[in-house]
Structure formats: C-alpha cells, structure tokens
Design a protein. Structure first.
Lengths: 120, 143
C-alpha cells in the first residue's frame, strides 16, 4: 500500500502550474522532483505549486522545494506556493518555510504576483 | 481509566512504499487513544521521518531488511520506537543548519531529524551500528 500521489502540470501565460494531489513523502517525492525538472527543461522558470489537494507532506517533499529554489531564483524565476490546507501549512510553518517561499491563497493570486513582477 | 500500557508492534520491509502503511498504523493507535487531530498529524509525521531515514540511510533502500515500529501508549504519553539493524549513525554529527544555509548549499539533509525534534517532546537514540539502532520518541498527551 503505497502513498497515492500525482502531479498535474499546466501552464498559464508562460507560468508553469503544478497541482499536487495526495501524499508527498519520501516515496512520492521523486515524482514531484521530476515534475519540476520537466518545467525547467521546458524553459519555465516561474512556477506555481498548487497544494489544494495535497493532504500530507514530510521533509522529503519540503526537500524538493529546497533543492530547486536557489537554481530557479538564480535563473530569474521563482516558486510560489498556493492553496495550502491547514495540516500541510502547519508542517511548512514548523520548519519556517514561510520565510523562504511566497505562500498565497490560490492560483490566480500566485499568477497575478508573477505578472506584477518581482520574485519572492 | 486505570493507567496500563498498551503495546503495538509493526514489522515492515524496508521500502518507502511502506511509509503510508506505517503512518496508518500510528494514526490508528492515536485515534484509539483519542488524540486530537493536530497531535495525531505530528506523531504521524515524526514516525514517517524516522522510518524514511532508516529506509534510506541505515539500510540504503535494501528492501530485504526490516523496519520495526513499536508504539506504547499509556494515559499520559505515546512512545514510538523505530528499530533497525542497519549501519547507524552518530546523531551528534548531523549538523542542524539554518534553513537558508541549506538552501544556499542546495541541500535538504537533516530536515527529518529536525522535524522529529520539533514535533515530539523527547527524542533519544541508542545506536549500535549493524546490530541494533533504536530511536525512541515520546509525546506527552494533552488531556
């Protein structure tokens, strides 16, 4: 019985949108890693990670965000996180993730933040 | 309720595939103990982190090995023990770096251990590499 997890990728105005669904742990983190890598390979540097359907995250999932953020910011892009449910937000906050990432309410807000310009 | 210990034991092959099963095991025990949702989430997380470390680091993802999770419940605490016979490590040598430093160095190592310490009341290690490594975590229950 493995964790169920999926990533749905889409694009709005050149911004990569990754919608996470299910449980993000050490078993499923490689799928998320791969999804971000695909966005970078496609030349997208501005990414929104939609966590509305993400029900669980462990440090392996947080590690994926951390392993890409520096490279993305160096390339002039950013990762914005949105729609985080309270249980997952609690984990972000335990490690102080809100000081590293822009966490907003929903996809339109995250996209608007990119369109208004500026990183982080 | 009289204060007696209830013990639960789970043996699983060392594969990240089983992390969901381990979390469900702990969640079921927590529910039986009447833990609040937040408390329960934190314990599930700590156990997940501990087992993921064992599977990936102590056993190097060797699925023929076994991870043992013991939960001991009494009226005041839930104690979780994660036991392996893998290569072990020196808990004191794992640097607890600032999150920003980790990002700058493009590393995410040590986050699991940090998480356990932040969400549990006590975390103890007893390491005998290759023989028996035991991580013991205690959460005092809010009643």
């Amino acid at each position: 019985m493995a964790s169920s997890f999926s990533v749905h990728a889409s694009e709005i105005a050149g911004i990569g949108i990754l919608a996470l669904d299910g449980f993000l742990d050490a078993h499923t983190a490689p799928q998320f890693d791969e999804a971000i890598q695909k966005e970078l390979n496609a030349g997208r540097r501005n990414l929104v990670v939609n966590c509305e359907k993400l029900t669980y995250i462990s440090s392996a999932g947080l590690g994926v965000f951390m392993s890409f953020i520096e490279e993305i910011r160096d390339a002039g892009g950013d990762i914005r996180i949105c729609g985080v449910v309270p249980k997952v937000l609690q984990v972000f906050e335990i490690l102080g993730f809100q000081t590293l990432f822009d966490i907003v309410s929903d996809v339109p807000t995250a996209v608007a933040r990119f369109q208004q310009g500026g990183q982080g | 309720m009289p204060n007696f210990e209830r013990k639960f034991l789970l043996h699983v092959p060392s594969s990240t595939e089983n992390l969901a099963l381990i979390r469900d095991f702990v969640a079921a025990i927590g529910k039986q103990a009447g833990l609040a949702e937040t408390e329960l989430s934190m314990i599930e997380l700590a156990v997940d982190e501990a087992c993921a470390n064992v599977i990936e680091h102590a056993y190097g993802s060797d699925q023929t090995k076994e991870v043992i999770v013991r939960a001991i419940l009494d009226n005041d605490t839930i104690t979780i023990e994660v036991i392996d016979t893998g290569k072990g490590f020196d808990p004191g040598s794992v640097e607890q770096k600032d999150l920003k430093r980790l990002v700058e160095e493009r590393r995410s190592g040590g986050l699991g251990m940090r998480m356990m310490k932040l969400v549990m009341d006590e975390v103890h290690y007893q390491i005998v590499p290759g023989e028996r490594n035991e991580l013991r975590m205690i959460k005092r229950l809010k009643r």
